[in-house]
Design a binder for this molecule. Sequence first.
Ligand code: THU
Length: 137
Amino acid sequence: MSVKHNEQLVEKATAARLRAYSPYSEFQVGAALRTGSGAIFTGCNVENISYGLTICAERVAASAAVAAGERNFTEMAIVADSIEPIVPCGACRQFLAEFNPDLRLTLATASGVVEVIGLRELLPHPRRGILGNDADV
Ligand code: THU
């Protein structure tokens, strides 16, 4: 995995972030997801006056990929204007793990702090026992 590969994804997430609809929190998040075909799907957070309906950037990107017929998630970049890189919320961790529990995440701030982490480190055992699943994947 070249550094350049990574940077391209961060750039896409940075651009997507600017399309965030976040009038309530004023916190903009961008995500870019690469799939097995090499395609990149982007997302931004979309808020709602009924706060609980808000969708995070990560789930928007993941849903765009699935809607395009791409379920083989390989890596995702997430960008926010924060002091330290943000991590996906619990709901997004589970949502992403549905398609790849070992998804590689590049977490970046708008000012250029970058960290790479595996989804499994943030969410171990995403499926254990559920619906009779005993594979612990
Ligand atoms: N948000 C994301 O889009 N992704 C994250 O990983 C964390 C939080 C959004 C949800 C809400 O619109 C705003 O950031 C503040 O929580």
